[in-house]
Design a protein around this ligand. Sequence first.
Ligand SMILES: Nc1nc2c(ncn2[C@@H]2O[C@H](COP(=O)(O)OP(=O)(O)O)[C@@H](O)[C@H]2O)c(=O)[nH]1
Ligand SMILES: [Mg+2]
Length: 332
Amino acid sequence: MKERPSVETLVQGILNQDRYILSRAITLIESQLPDDRQAAEQLLTQLLPHTGNSFRIGITGVPGVGKSTFIDQLGKRYIEEGHKVAVLAVDPSSPIHGGSILGDKTRMNYLASRTEAFIRPSAAGETLGGVGSKTLETLLLCEAAGYTRILIETVGVGQSEVLVQGMTDFFLLLLLPGAGDELQGIKKGIVEMADGIVIHKADPNQLDKARKAKTEYQQALHLLPLRSDQWIPEIVLVSSLYDSGWNNLMEYLAKYHTFVLQEDRLENRRKQQLLQWMDNQLKDTLWLHFRNNPEVILNWDGIHSAVKSESISVSEGVRKLLSFVEINNSYR
Ligand SMILES: Nc1nc2c(ncn2[C@@H]2O[C@H](COP(=O)(O)OP(=O)(O)O)[C@@H](O)[C@H]2O)c(=O)[nH]1
Ligand SMILES: [Mg+2]
């Protein structure tokens, strides 16, 4: 293992838009070692003033809907507009640096060959909040390194889409033509989270189905309560294979971007997100603190068995476990 560059070297390298240094810094962010954690925090604090200057787009949908292929196309268009594009992928079901991202890279041929693009899988942490907070920190580093479009791919499983929605400015849901929610394995609630929907793989021979799906989802969207920011999500038909629908989509994204840049909307959304992150991290930290308490560890199985065999109630089990840590008495 090569020695870690100093925080100062990392800061300078990132501000100079050095991709190698950016990679090293992300590795540091992902490290669980206490020393590294401390360095990572210093790094982030120093870079924070240089962050925030990107349009952050989250892309979700079931495996196989074509997210990676779509991102390659989207990234290409942004590069043609003069942007630098970072692609992060969050897949809590795959181990760090393993599995699906290798497959994903082969779907991102264009981006993989461009120096204006940076592709990085996001490490799976131990806790859900862990996965998300590393991705958020990685996103911030990419911004400091001059990336102006950040695309985050996430699989619509587990809670990853909630986390990714919580760190992006625009959350895009990719759906397939000709299948209802249930068939697509889309969880209830994801449609509500979306700032826009793409019916993907709307190839020429799928257009009828795609239009029908659009009508159905439009009806579903109409039933949702009006959003507090007044934005009305729309549905765009896109085929990445046939290169169609892209002008509409690019216009739509630009329209949203203009919209959020007005009246502090973006700023408010990001502030809201930050507070949410803090709460999540606090919950995770409290939970880890609790679970690592020696007495809790010692008594964990016994109390669980007691609840299972109904010799004590759930509340009593909770009370007993909490009695090992110092938590305000009002919870007991
Ligand atoms: N027919 C069609 N197939 C597509 C389109 N976009 C992607 N695909 C294919 O869908 C499959 C899954 O794509 P991928 O990008 O890996 O999906 P992901 O799992 O959501 O990231 C691949 O075989 C792609 O070639 C499209 O617009 N039309
Ligand atoms: Mg993929």
